[in-house]
Design a binder for this molecule. Structure first.
Ligand SMILES: C[S@@+](CC[C@H](N)C(=O)[O-])C[C@H]1O[C@@H](n2cnc3c(N)ncnc32)[C@H](O)[C@@H]1O
Length: 222
């Protein structure tokens, strides 16, 4: 893994991935981030996953595994090979087009550009180092994977201009100190600005401290 970008990825050991769904998707999403996984995040994913899909920052593959009807041509991209193996196993080889170990801060291989109907970024942006402005590169690379009429969608935990509860503040503090998160300057407005650089039509909604987004109509020349 590339030094500097690996911090938000290297925590995902096989052991951490075993408890990820229980700790993050069930417990933390309900009690710290106040955004229910099944009713809010999975619904958002289901509404927006299209036929040829690229998931970036795959974790355990929960969303794709729970959206069996939308696509059987899925590409998995992640910096961490443990995440790729865990998600690939859960989703099943029959639905997977290919698996790519790649750092989203690095330009995409040409073979991935302009290929996808939908690209998802769930709980990736808050793991990436830098300010929201510095994460622009990740959004730029993700947008380049889309066909002209494709949709980018995702969700991220905000750290600025939001009201965290006690548990959320505690976890934010620990995770940001350890480099698991890097989101203390990530605000709803900053996310909107960054997405609007690459897309003409951006929707954002906030549930608890989580921003859910969609972005379509890529800005030409970007
Ligand atoms: C918090 S998990 C999200 C998992 C899943 N999308 C979800 O919402 O349940 C973040 C994932 O992003 C990956 N990741 C972190 N930094 C990355 C980078 N620079 N490039 C690609 N993937 C990265 C991690 O390895 C991990 O699998």
């Amino acid at each position: 893994m590339d030094m500097g970008n690996e911090k938000g990825a290297k925590i995902y050991s096989p052991l951490v991935l075993k408890i990820y769904d229980a700790w993050v998707l069930t417990f933390s999403n309900n009690y710290a981030w106040r955004c229910n996984t099944e009713h809010i995040l999975l619904n958002h994913f289901r509404r927006n996953m299209a036929a040829k899909h690229l998931d970036i920052g795959v974790g355990t593959g929960y969303y794709i595994a729970n959206t069996p009807e939308n696509s059987n041509a899925v590409t998995l991209m992640d910096l961490n090979p443990n995440s790729l193996a865990s998600a690939a196993k859960r989703i099943g080889p029959h639905r997977i087009h290919h698996v790519l170990q790649h750092d989203i801060f690095m330009p995409l291989p040409d073979s991935e550009k302009g290929q996808y109907d939908s690209v998802s970024l769930y709980y990736l942006l808050h793991c990436l180092r830098g300010t929201m402005d510095e994460k622009t590169r990740a959004i730029e690379h993700a947008s380049q994977a889309l066909k002209p009429d494709g949709i980018l969608h995702g969700a991220t935990i905000l750290g600025k201009d939001v009201e965290h509860n006690g548990l959320g503040r505690y976890l934010m503090n620990v995770y940001n100190k350890k480099g698991i998160f890097c989101n203390t300057s990530d605000s709803y407005e900053a996310l909107k600005v960054v997405l609007s650089r690459y897309f003409e039509h951006v929707t954002l909604q906030q549930h608890g401290v989580v921003a859910l987004f969609t972005a379509t109509n890529q800005v030409r020349g970007k």
